[in-house]
Design a protein around this ligand. Structure first.
Ligand code: ACO
Length: 312
């Protein structure tokens, strides 16, 4: 089987909402600056939840949505830059709590905001060697734990959440993937005597320039692989980092913004969780319909990028 089909989707966002006005009481910023420069209005931050709690909730919803027999799950992959512990992995905790088969590979990966797209491609490769049918791929992030709440250029951007997908090899649903990385420290998690506790630091404008060139290039490469045109694609799902980045991608691909799903106003940038949260919401709202062709593209720290052409 050459293709891949997403057969179930789920997501979880913590209940605790932090608005731009809330942040303006902590750092020198305001709703007007944040919403006009990024499109972000709110984000969800964990209170009691751990990363694994969100991953479990999202995976549970995806399994229920898929309506599959759990004994048919052959691999669990969690993309995250902020697991609860170095070991056990978040994926092993998902396996344990949701009572997945006890003899399957489960592990975490880190490709920052591109992690979910990396995870889908890795799951496909592993299913090709598995006796079982399904892979569970999750993006789950507790970024609020590594934000410097004194740095207005980063703390306003990120949020917490998890998204999950159940994938299956297919000979009816075509799938193409592009993954890449270009080692550069324009986004990094700092930890030294001057910068305590650990936090995210970023050269925002450098990441912006990288994104507006890499995402359209990845879209073009996927279109070529799939032998379709940009107009043939029903919906585009980009990593939810900044609305202006998505607008630039739409313009470069000569596509209407109506085809680009946006939920960063509600969640901010949830790194590896952003694309699966978007897919799950679109699924819940009935926006994704059988027969549709989608392109998803993530980009982020590393620097990394990852995209896929998917048929539903
Ligand atoms: N409130 C008010 N003013 C602010 C704020 C804020 N929150 N943050 C920055 N400013 C000020 C700056 O100090 C600067 O002021 P100055 O002109 O007096 O020096 C001015 O606003 C403009 O700052 P820029 O950084 O040039 O603003 P820009 O328009 O580039 O927007 C942003 C910044 C939103 C970070 C943008 O560059 C961006 O979205 N970059 C991409 C980030 C991204 O996608 N990251 C994803 C990867 S992260 C990961 O993988 C974990």
């Amino acid at each position: 089987k050459e293709g891949l089909h997403i057969v179930g989707m789920g997501h979880y966002a913590p209940e605790h909402v932090v608005t731009n006005d809330d942040l303006s009481k902590i750092v020198d910023t305001n709703d007007e600056w944040i919403s006009s420069r990024t499109g972000i209005r709110r984000r969800h931050f964990i209170t009691e939840e751990k990363n694994q709690d969100m991953a479990i909730a999202a995976a549970k919803m995806a399994i229920e949505d898929a309506g599959i027999d759990k004994s048919e799950i052959g691999v669990v992959i969690v993309a995250t830059i902020r697991p609860d512990h170095m070991t056990p992995s978040v994926a092993c905790m998902v396996q344990k709590e949701l009572e997945f088969p006890q003899d399957i590979p489960c592990f975490d990966i880190n490709a920052a905001c591109s992690g979910f797209m990396y995870g889908v491609q890795i799951a496909r490769g592993m299913l090709l060697q598995s006796d079982k049918k399904y892979g569970v791929v999750i993006g789950s992030e507790t970024l609020s734990k590594i934000l410097d709440m004194n740095d207005r250029s980063t703390c306003i951007l990120f949020g917490d959440g998890a998204g999950a997908a159940v994938v299956e090899l297919s000979d009816t649903h075509r799938y193409f993937s592009i993954l890449g990385a270009k080692g550069d420290d324009v986004v990094l998690e700092c930890s030294n005597e001057d910068l305590q506790p650990r936090h995210v630091s970023m050269l925002g404008s450098e990441v912006f320039k990288f994104a507006v060139s890499t995402v359209p290039k990845t879209v073009m490469q996927l279109l070529e692989k799939a032998g379709v045109t940009a107009d043939d694609i029903d919906l585009y799902v980009c990593h939810q980092a900044n609305k202006r980045i998505i607008e630039s991608v739409a313009k470069k691909c000569k596509q209407s913004m109506d085809k680009f799903y946006i939920n960063l106003d509600e969640y901010g940038n949830t790194s590896s969780a952003s694309i699966p949260i978007a897919l799950s919401e679109m699924n819940q709202k009935g926006i994704i319909k059988p027969g549709m062709k989608l392109i998803c593209v993530g980009f982020g720290g590393g620097l990394t990028w990852g995209g896929a052409y998917l048929e539903f």
